[in-house]
Design a protein around this ligand. Sequence first.
Ligand code: DC
Length: 218
Amino acid sequence: MKQVIAIDGPSGSGKTTIAKLIAEELGFNYLDTGALYRAVAMALIKNKIRPEDTDDKLRDILKETLVTFNNGRVFLNGQDVSEDIRSKEIDHYSSVFSARKIVRDFLLDAQREAALHNDLVVEGRDTTTVVFPDAKKKIFLDASVEERAKRRYLQFRGQGIDITMDEAKMNITERDKRDASRDIAPLRIAEEALLIDSSNLSIEQVKNNIIEFVRTTR
Ligand code: DC
């Protein structure tokens, strides 16, 4: 395994933006594991799978599903779905289906393979705890619910998606609860992780904190 810098945190904490910048600065590859879960959720919904369906039903669809991540883009069965996975519906279902063991197992090897030949910055919910427990550096990126809801609101508005601040806050709160309370690989702070609260920090400040942590600690 090559060097891995793993960043976990709740939705809207800024992981994706920060991880991309860190990877660029260090010349590492970058992997957005949330995008993989989103693409899987999209495959399941397209095939009319419901959250209450059995593992066997999910397995039938997963057998026919190929999810890949390349150069910041995510592909579902060869089709670039990078924009389509950023909808309110996929926000919800990616959180729901990611609580299923069969879905997590399906994506585990693909995530680990990303660090076989390239140094990697990876971000998600369990990259510091389950996927890369031996990562060289671990970071937990957080921010207040209000700040994360504001970011989500602005992101959706920027995409032309209609949403109110209240809805954005509900969306974030609901996903926080589900992602942190599930039985398998819940979101939690790894023991050795550097904890950063980005509520009152600029993107540049968060990036610099992490770069300093990576360069100055062993
Ligand atoms: O980071 P994101 O919001 O794009 O992730 C979408 C959903 O995928 C999130 O609600 C929980 C799930 N997820 C996960 O369970 N484990 C990861 N490593 C990344 C995301």
